[in-house]
Design a protein around this ligand. Structure first.
Ligand code: HEC
Length: 116
């Protein structure tokens, strides 16, 4: 009897623990997603130039002056993605990046610029 109660308690405890662990990892994942977006924006992926070289984006600490100020433009993720894939005017295409990098950058820029 006593053993069974202990086992049931232990199982419940473990379930709770694994639930908490998975919540923590979802949170850590969301965090690293935006950290990675910022890093891609600031450092770029060689041999492509970094976005920060040409664009101002306060949250990234970027002060580039060649392209439009993204804090003023406030592009949504779709607009950022389109500019990256096709290039626009003097801005080169970034389609050599992976699908995941393009998405991450587009989401990051839209969020950091406060897209409506
Ligand atoms: C070599 C400089 C340069 C780099 C590097 C660069 N851009 Fe640009 N970007 C520009 C210029 C110039 C424009 C304006 C083009 C135009 O309107 O003719 C522009 C425009 C944009 C626009 C506005 C597009 C629109 O629809 O009007 C977005 C969004 C953008 N860039 C995001 C990025 C992101 C994200 C990166 C990094 C992956 C990046 N840019 C890298 C120069 C650059």
């Amino acid at each position: 009897m006593r053993v069974r109660t202990f086992a049931a308690t232990a199982v419940r405890g473990l379930t709770l623990l694994s639930l908490l662990t998975s919540i923590a990892s979802i949170d850590a994942h969301a965090q690293s997603g935006s950290d990675e977006g910022r890093k891609l924006f600031v450092d770029g992926v060689a041999p492509l130039p970094a976005c920060a070289l040409c664009h101002t984006l306060k949250k990234a600490g970027a002060t580039g002056q060649i392209g439009p100020d993204l804090d003023d433009l406030r592009p949504d993720a779709g607009r950022v993605e389109k500019a990256m894939r096709n290039g626009i005017g003097p801005m080169p295409s970034f389609k050599a990046l992976t699908e995941a990098q393009i998405k991450r950058l587009a989401d990051y820029v839209a969020a950091a610029a406060g897209a409506p």
